[in-house]
Design a binder for this molecule. Structure first.
Ligand code: SF4
Length: 557
């Protein structure tokens, strides 16, 4: 055998090169699909011309059709093809502007001279009750009527709906952002100033970046005097009666003891804010406490730290402070030993090592590693899934937060593409490992009749295609509902993933790897990378056609 190898090195090398070339092509197809998704303009996914037409016909009755958009503006056309006006969505510029719990999309309809005829509601991820209040308020919707397009980007004091201030203001800010206003997503745009921390550090001469978003070092010369955390820059948004508050927490050197807190601003109602502001100023109940003491206290059982007359705003401030301290602690910890990431990478490396070492073939070793994978799945909740891949394609990702998941995904894709071994499915995947362990508990195995098997094995492929087509043509689809993996990270919260999870695991007791064979679209994607490793197949041609169609679709948006 060795002799034959050395006599014919060229065919071996040729075969290996062919396998790598085919693997690279398959991986390239997946990356190209992700790139197309990334390049898809978000307004192309969000706006439905039929919806625009229906709204426009109520405002401009002569409108018969909607033309192709340019720069997000859709021409409205009469029967004779002459323009009757224009329409545009406030997305994508308003997508980042949150009300109570999400962004809202409005439709702006102009006459042919680009003067606003009407503004209409399209969709909102915000609280239903607030949105309903705004929809019933004609003064809110009429505030833009008659204004020329050129004036809409000037940030003015908008008409706000009482009882839904945050949502209505977010909608108005979103509209201003759509027409060029800057800084609309920032509720508290003022930077932190030395005067904000003078009370604690009268000698300070500089505020510098504290190492993570929302933290600042207070300095004098080269010396650090303390740390300041700012809620609006940390993304902490505890809401009071009617809005969020911008709170700073001031920490002594060492970062463990609180010197005090201050309220820089609030979207909450007067006079509550005034009351809390005064209390914070003169009777700061946090001063002198350690982070551990503040976090150990139950705010519902502690006597009020501020004033009794402002319970909502008061609670919002207390909750903001606690959340900021929690994040400060976890960020400090993350900058120490990253144990979670290290364990995750050790688990992945062990899985890859066993896949290529002969000991990985031993049943007891495989069982032990399956137990480790299940434990890792429960503890970490990190899994390769279509929801994650589509999300990364559409929105990108931040390496700092998901390095282990990035490593896991890279291993799942690169190893099969270039070695032909589906190491993720064969050992690492916690859901696959759980099925393996379930299967070992019951001796009697059940196999589907060949005809049913032949139909069922197509389901994962079909699901995979449906997911990716929807990723391009529809918006807001909860892709996590196509797979069971969300249940590993968030528990039995969402019904559909929990049902797929339960059925998959229960069936594995009798049907070996039943979910893997008959349900898993991620498994199908990884199988695409490993099937017939050195040969060009019909699936490769089909993938090429699908990715080319996705590229054309993206280019046309
Ligand atoms: S087929 Fe799906 S569930 Fe099964 S091991 Fe692979 S990724 Fe995990």
């Amino acid at each position: 055998m060795e002799k034959a190898k050395s006599r014919n090195p060229a065919p071996d090398r040729k075969r290996r090169l062919k396998r790598w070339a085919i693997g690279a092509y398959r991986l390239g197809m997946i990356l190209a699909a992700l790139a197309c998704l990334r390049m898809l303009p978000s307004e192309g996914r969000a706006l439905d011309p039929a919806r625009i037409l229906a709204e426009a016909q109520n405002i401009l009755p002569g409108t018969a059709s909607v033309g192709d958009p340019s720069d997000g503006l859709y021409p409205l056309l009469g029967k004779d093809g002459e323009p009757t006006g224009w329409a545009t969505s406030t997305f994508p510029q308003a997508e980042e502007i949150m009300g109570y719990s999400g962004a809202s999309e409005l439709l702006v309809i102009f006459d042919p001279d680009r003067t606003v005829k009407a503004v209409r509601f399209l969709s909102s991820q915000d609280t239903d009750g607030h949105v309903a209040k705004i929809r019933e308020d004609p003064a809110f919707w009429a505030q833009w009527n008659g204004k020329p397009e050129a004036t809409l980007g000037a940030p003015a004091a908008p008409v706000i709906v009482s009882g839904a201030t945050l949502t209505s203001e977010a909608m108005a800010r979103g509209l201003a952002a759509r027409f060029g206003a800057k800084g609309m997503g920032q509720w508290f745009p003022e930077p932190l100033k030395l005067s904000d921390v003078r009370k604690w550090f009268p000698e300070a001469d500089a505020l510098t970046d504290g190492g993570y978003p929302g933290s600042y070092s207070v300095r004098k010369g080269g010396e650090t005097l303390g740390t300041v955390l700012r809620s609006s820059r940390m993304g902490v948004s505890a809401r009071g009666f009617n809005g969020t508050s911008d709170v700073i927490v001031v920490l002594a050197p060492g970062g463990e003891k609180l010197l005090g807190i201050a309220l820089l601003g609030s979207r909450d109602n007067e006079p509550y804010v005034g009351d809390v502001g005064e209390e914070v100023k003169y009777a700061d109940g946090f001063a002198g406490k350690t982070i551990a003491e503040v976090l150990a206290e139950d705010p519902r059982e502690s006597p009020s730290l501020f004033t009794s007359g402002a319970s909502y705003t008061n609670s919002a401030v207390v909750e903001s402070v606690r959340e900021m301290l929690r994040r400060h602690q976890s960020d400090e910890a993350a900058r120490g030993f990253p144990w979670k990431s290290s364990l995750a990478i050790a688990w992945i490396a062990l899985g890859v090592g066993l896949a290529f070492h002969k000991s990985g073939k031993r049943r007891n070793v495989r069982t032990a590693y399956a137990v480790i994978s299940v434990a890792a799945g429960i503890a970490l909740g990190w899994m390769v899934s279509q929801d994650q891949l589509v999300g990364w394609g559409a929105n990108g990702f931040g390496i700092r937060n998901i390095l282990p998941l990035l490593v896991l995904t890279a291993v799942a894709m690169l190893v099969p593409a270039f070695t032909g071994k589906n190491v993720y499915c064969s050992s690492i995947c916690p859901h696959g490992a759980a099925q393996t362990l379930a299967g070992q508990l019951v001796k009697k195995r059940f196999h589907l009749p060949p005809k049913i098997h032949a139909v069922m094995v197509r389901i994962p492929w079909l699901t995979l295609v449906v997911i990716w087509v929807l990723a391009f043509v529809a918006s807001g689809v909860p892709f996590a509902y196509f797979e069971p993996f969300e249940t590993w990270s968030s528990g039995f919260v969402a019904f559909v993933p929990a049902a797929i999870f339960t059925i998959g695991i229960l069936s594995a007791f009798f049907l070996p790897q039943g979910y893997c064979h008959y349900g898993c679209p991620t498994g199908a994607l990884l199988k695409f990378l490993t099937h017939s490793p050195s040969a060009w197949t019909r699936s490769d041609a089909l993938a090429g056609i699908m990715v080319a169609s996705a590229a054309i679709f993206t280019a046309l948006q």
